[in-house]
Design a protein around this ligand. Structure first.
Ligand SMILES: *Cc1c(COP(=O)(O)O)cnc(C)c1O
Ligand SMILES: [Zn+2]
Length: 410
C-alpha cells in the first residue's frame, strides 16, 4: 500500500519499517514516509466514511501494510462550538473545543498508543513500554492489557496520585523513577538498547507519532470537510503540535480539503517552556529546562520535536505562548464554567493561551479557532482545590434559607 519507509527528517536517508528511530548518518529523528501517488481523494473519502467509528477509519494514512485494529479503539471525540466561552473571552471568533479527554483512558495519548501497540504486535514484540509524564502510562497499561501484552511503564515517582492509580489498576509493571521526566526518558533510551521491548515513544516513536495526525483528520471531517483558520494546541515534546500540521498538509496535498494550513498557536506552562522560549528568542533549537509546574503532563524540559514545533508556528504565522500555574487554574475553571468540560492542567494551559490571544486582540471576527483539550480533569484534581467553596448547612429549611438569604430574599 502507501507506506514506504522510515526517513530521516534531517538528511532524508531511508530505512526499513522496523523498530528504529535515529538516523545512522546524522542522528536525526526518523519519520514514516508515504507514497500517496496511488491514492485518489474520492476513493480515500469513501473509505473513511465507510470506516470504523474511530481512528482506524484513517487507515490509508497510518503506517500499516494491512488493516490494524484494537479492542479499545480511540477517536471520533466530540467537537463542540463554545459560544459562551467566546463571549466570556470577549471575542467574535468562532471557538470550537475538540474534547480529546473523551478517549478510552481519557487523554489524546490513546491515539498514539493504539498505533504504536498495533505496530509492536505487527513487528512481533511481546512487551510494550514507555517513558511517561502520566497519560502515556495510563494508555500503555490499558492498551497492553487489551492486547494481552506485558508492559512496563516508567514515570517520575512524584506524579499525581490519580495518574498512578489509573495506571497500576491495569496490572502493568509500574516503575516510579526518582527523577524528572527527562531522567526517565534517558533511562528508557538505555533500556531500549538492552531489552527486547517496544518502547512506544522511544524505538517505536516514528509510528507512535503518526497517531496524532488523526486529530487533524477528525477536525476536518467534523467541520464538514473544512480546515480551521487557527488551532491552539498544547506542547510537551512537540510531537502532537507538528503532527497536527502534517495531518492537515497531507489532506491539502491530496485534495481532500481546500484552503491553507491553519495558523498554529502552541501552549506551554511557564514552569516548563523551552519551546515558547525558543520561539520568543528566535532560536533554532530549544535550551533544556528543569520543569517546575502543575502541568506535569506537559513537563518535558528537553523536547525532542521542539525545534520542529517552533518552525511550524513561525511558518504558519502563529506563535507559542506560556502561562503561569495561576493562569492554568483559571483556564480549567473558565472552560468548565462555560462548556461543562472538566480538563486536566494541560487543558488549563491551552485555554490560558487562548485567553491571552483573545486579550491581545489576535483573534479575528468570525475566524474559526479549534482548541485541543487533551486530558481529563479527574486526573489532576489538586489543581481545582480551593477554587470554590461548598455551602455547608444543617438538614433543615431554616438552615438553607439562612445560608442563601441574599439570593432567595428577592
Ligand atoms: C502528551 C500530552 C500532550 C502533548 O504531548 P507531545 O509530547 O507534545 O506530543 C498534550 N496534552 C496531554 C494531556 C498529554 O498527555
Ligand atoms: Zn539523517
Amino acid at each position: 500500500m502507501s507506506v514506504e519507509s522510515l526517513k530521516c527528517k534531517e538528511c532524508g536517508t531511508s530505512y526499513e519499517l522496523d523498530a528504529s528511530y535515529v538516523c545512522e548518518n546524522c542522528f536525526g529523528p526518523l519519520e514514516v514516509a508515504y507514497d500517496f501517488s496511488g491514492l485518489d481523494a474520492a476513493g480515500a473519502k469513501r473509505r473513511i466514511q465507510a470506516g470504523s467509528q474511530g481512528i482506524w477509519r484513517y487507515s490509508d494514512f497510518l503506517p500499516f501494510k494491512g488493516r490494524a485494529s484494537d479492542p479499545l479503539e480511540p477517536g471520533l471525540t466530540p467537537l463542540l462550538k463554545a459560544d459562551r466561552l467566546a463571549e466570556r473571552l470577549g471575542t467574535k471568533a468562532e471557538i470550537w473545543i475538540k474534547n480529546d479527554a473523551a478517549n478510552p483512558t481519557h487523554s489524546f495519548k490513546d491515539r498514539v498508543v493504539a498505533v504504536a501497540v498495533a505496530k509492536a504486535q505487527e513487528l512481533g514484540f511481546e512487551t510494550v513500554a514507555c517513558a511517561s509524564t502520566g497519560n502515556l502510562a495510563n494508555a500503555v497499561a490499558a492498551h497492553a492489557a487489551a492486547a494481552g501484552l506485558d508492559s512496563y511503564v516508567f514515570v517520575p515517582a512524584n506524579l499525581e496520585e490519580q495518574k498512578l492509580l489509573a495506571t497500576g489498576v491495569y496490572g502493568t509493571n509500574l516503575v516510579g523513577v526518582r527523577g524528572n521526566y527527562d531522567d526517565v526518558n534517558r533511562l528508557c533510551t538505555q533500556l531500549a538498547e538492552t531489552h527486547p521491548w517496544a518502547f512506544v515513544n522511544v524505538n517505536l516513536r516514528p509510528y507512535y507519532a503518526e497517531g496524532s495526525k488523526t486529530l487533524a483528520y477528525e477536525t476536518v471531517e467534523q467541520l464538514g470537510w473544512k480546515l480551521p483558520d487557527r488551532v491552539v494546541s498544547p506542547i510537551a515534546s512537540g510531537s502532537l503540535f507538528t503532527k497536527l500540521g502534517r495531518g492537515f498538509q497531507e489532506w491539502l496535498d491530496l485534495g481532500l480539503v481546500e484552503g491553507r494550513q491553519p495558523v498554529f498557536n502552541g501552549a506551554q506552562a511557564q514552569g516548563c517552556s523551552p519551546v515558547a522560549t525558543a520561539f520568543a528568542e528566535g532560536w533554532e533549537v530549544c535550551k533544556p529546562q528543569r520543569p517546575e509546574t502543575i502541568a506535569k503532563s506537559l513537563a518535558i524540559g528537553d523536547p525532542a520535536d521542539g525545534p520542529y514545533a517552533v518552525e511550524h508556528a513561525r511558518k504558519t504565522g502563529g506563535g507559542i505562548d506560556s502561562v503561569t500555574d495561576q493562569e492554568i487554574r483559571e483556564g480549567i475553571k473558565l472552560l468548565a464554567e462555560t462548556t461543562g468540560i472538566f480538563t486536566e492542567t494541560a487543558g488549563g494551559v491551552t485555554v490560558g493561551v487562548l485567553r491571552k490571544l483573545a486579550e491581545r486582540g489576535e483573534l479575528a471576527d468570525g475566524e474559526r479557532v479549534v482548541v485541543y483539550i487533551t486530558g481529563e480533569g479527574l486526573k489532576t484534581l489538586d489543581a481545582t482545590r480551593d477554587t470554590f467553596q461548598m455551602h455547608e448547612i444543617d438538614p433543615s429549611l431554616d438552615s438553607f434559607e439562612t445560608e442563601f438569604r441574599q439570593e432567595v430574599a428577592a
